[in-house]
Write a protein that binds this ligand. Structure first.
Ligand code: ADP
Length: 190
């Protein structure tokens, strides 16, 4: 299996690039943010709970997120591999994912981290807010909080994969095509 963790701060372009990787490598895309938003739209219990955190730019609690992610993996028994987008976002989530995949006889192949400077992130997210309809995209103070949460809780997850020699940093500034090429090269030259 090819299991990719697509990593990077909010607005780094994970969703855009994940869609391309899915097509090229025939993978199942699991975006925790997308799954939460679908639940919010469907007014499920999970959606109601997640909304309280997402609207403030905070993380949804680990046990909720981990349970949801595992059940999504279970729904895709025939998958050739997965792109995890927005997960793991804490070290606890990274440890849970490792244990879970191990039970399934597989593992994370590589973490690809998109590197984009903070001012560029805020610009991109505010631009995306015009179409995304996401409340957490439209307010600069919520965006800054998401970046702060990323820097304090999430950035360390890179060290977890680096220690296992599974971490690759990708320059996330450039055209969408250029960035895709960098990702393809990183995957193909494993
Ligand atoms: P972005 O990366 O642009 O912030 P996402 O769509 O990945 O957007 O996530 C939106 C929100 O969903 C996050 O700010 C957070 O509240 C919640 N979320 C997504 N993934 C996780 C996760 N793995 N753990 C906890 N909360 C998460």
């Amino acid at each position: 299996m090819l299991n990719i963790v697509l990593f990077g701060p909010p607005g780094a372009g994970k969703g855009t690039q994940a869609a391309r990787l899915v097509d090229k490598y025939n993978l199942v895309h699991l975006s925790t943010g997308d799954i939460f938003r679908a639940n919010i739209k469907g007014e499920t219990e999970l959606g109601k709970l997640a909304k309280q955190y997402i609207d403030k730019g905070e993380l949804v609690p680990d046990e909720v997120t981990i349970g949801m992610l595992e059940s999504e993996v279970e729904k895709n028994k025939d998958a050739k591999g997965f792109i995890f987008d927005g997960f793991p976002r804490t070290t606890v989530q990274a440890e849970a994912l490792e244990k879970f995949l191990k039970q399934k006889g597989t593992e994370v192949t590589v973490m690809l981290a998109l590197d984009v400077p903070e001012d560029e992130l805020v610009k991109r997210i505010l631009l995306r807010a015009k179409d995304s309809g996401r409340a957490d995209d439209a307010d600069e103070s919520i965006i800054r909080n998401r970046i702060k949460v990323y820097n304090t809780h999430t950035a360390v997850v890179a060290d977890y994969y680096d220690a296992k020699n599974k971490f690759k940093q990708i320059n996330g500034v450039g055209s969408i095509d250029e960035i895709s090429e960098r990702l393809y090269n990183a995957i193909d030259n494993q």
